[in-house]
Structures are given as structure tokens and as C-alpha cells.
Design a protein around this ligand. Structure first.
Ligand SMILES: C[S@@+](CC[C@H](N)C(=O)[O-])C[C@H]1O[C@@H](n2cnc3c(N)ncnc32)[C@H](O)[C@@H]1O
Length: 212
């Protein structure tokens, strides 16, 4: 999957901001929903080039960001974008990287988790929850299937492609399989989050807020 994004790196920010409906609005909205605290500690899952961090780091220059991404080149671009900011950038999968416990004021993920199934997400979300302080929350801005039938269609197509291409089970495969927002909220609740609400919506993209 890292190669997929790296091939598009030069065009990546422009593509995200101009080809996805309301992207400038939801990136700004997400960054404004992050905590405006001195030295806030933020965990970003699939941070890429850090589009969701641009407005936030401008307004909150003391924030400490831990960003995880599969792509070293996306992370290199993020590092160049935010000189002098407190960034810890980790190349790897957020399914494999271990998180410290009780330390983050917020976690965020934008346009990354629609690649994964509910079964994969629940244990990940439980680990994200454990990484948050008691007052912490997880902001998830992503696109969602618009019906159970659509969600099921995406999932069946992924299994068909995996069979066709003989992909090993568990291997990261780049095909979008968004859940419905309702099923995403259920997965967050099953992972132990105490409340989940929709903070914003732009067409098929929603921002969900899950409180620890
Ligand atoms: C569409 S980009 C979004 C990047 C950034 N959050 C944004 O909105 O511009 C998806 C990112 O998720 C990363 N990604 C996908 N699966 C991942 C995983 N399992 N662990 C870490 N990063 C992952 C990809 O490498 C890519 O940079």
C-alpha cells in the first residue's frame, strides 16, 4: 500500500484537496477539533504528508505529534512541511507499532482506516483508547458506505480481488472497504469508547468523535 501512495506523492496534497468533495473544509474542521492545549500530545494514524496537521500546528506550535505511516516518503514530506515542530514520525503499520498507555490528549486519523475491516479495527481501536488520557478522544475523519448493501458490496469485491490475485491472508491490500458510519461507531463502542458522536458531515465523509 505504501507504494500506491508514494507513486502519487508529488501530486498527493493537490489531489486530496481538489478531487475529494469538501476536502479543504473537512481538513480544517478536523484540525480545529483537536485540543488547543499547550504541549498537547497527539497520535495520528496514517498521517501521510500531514494535511490534517497543517492548521493545527499553525495554531498550536507547542503540540507534540506522533505520526505513524507505512510510507517513508510521505513522512519525509511531512517532516519538510513542519520544520521546528515536535514530530515523532514512525514508519510502520499502526496495527504493528505499539502505543504508550495513557499519554495522548487526542488521536486522529483522516482518510486512512477505510482500507480495513471491522474485525481488524476493533483491536486497533482498543489500543488507541488505551493510549489516550482519561480526558482523551479519538477523531476519525473518513468516508463511509451509504448503506449496508454498499458496505457488503465493497467487502465482497475485496475478497474476489484477493482470490483472483492469490493475495496471502493478512497481507495489506489496497482496496477501499468503508463501513457505514453506524458500523464504524459500533466498532468504536465495542473497542470500549464511552461515547461516539458525529461532529460533521460532508457528503460521504464524516468526522466521528469517540471519547475514551
Ligand atoms: C489517503 S492517505 C491519508 C493521509 C493523511 N491522513 C491525509 O488525510 O492526507 C492514507 C495514508 O494511510 C497510510 N496507511 C494505510 N494503512 C496504514 C497502516 N496500516 N499503517 C500506517 N499507515 C497506513 C498510507 O500509507 C497513506 O499515507
Amino acid at each position: 500500500m505504501a507504494e500506491f501512495f508514494e507513486r502519487r506523492l508529488d501530486e498527493y496534497d493537490r489531489h486530496q484537496l481538489t478531487c475529494i468533495e469538501s476536502a479543504p473544509e473537512f481538513y480544517t474542521f478536523t484540525s480545529k477539533c483537536l485540543p488547543a492545549l499547550e504541549n498537547a500530545r497527539i497520535l495520528d494514524l496514517g498521517c501521510g504528508t500531514g494535511l490534517e496537521l497543517e492548521g493545527y500546528l499553525e495554531d498550536n506550535p507547542t503540540a507534540e505529534i506522533t505520526g505513524i505511516d507505512l510510507s517513508p516518503r510521505m513522512l519525509e514530506a511531512a517532516k519538510k512541511k513542519f520544520p521546528g515542530r515536535k514530530l515523532t514520525l514512525i514508519t510502520g503499520s499502526y496495527f504493528d507499532v505499539s502505543f504508550p498507555t495513557d499519554v495522548f490528549d487526542a488521536a486522529v486519523s483522516v482518510e486512512s482506516l477505510h482500507h480495513f475491516t471491522r474485525e481488524e479495527k476493533i483491536p486497533l481501536y482498543a489500543r488507541v483508547r488505551a493510549a489516550l488520557k482519561a480526558s482523551g478522544y479519538f477523531l476519525l475523519t473518513d468516508y463511509y458506505a451509504q448503506s449496508d448493501e454498499e458496505e457488503e458490496r465493497f467487502r465482497r469485491e475485496l475478497y474476489r480481488l484477493k482470490r483472483e490475485q492469490n493475495t496471502e491472508q493478512g497481507e495489506l491490500y489496497h482496496y477501499d472497504t468503508p463501513l457505514t458510519a453506524e458500523h464504524e461507531a459500533q466498532a468504536l463502542s465495542e473497542a470500549g469508547f464511552s461515547s461516539v458522536e458525529v461532529l460533521g458531515r460532508w457528503g460521504v465523509t464524516y468526522t466521528l468523535k469517540a471519547c475514551r
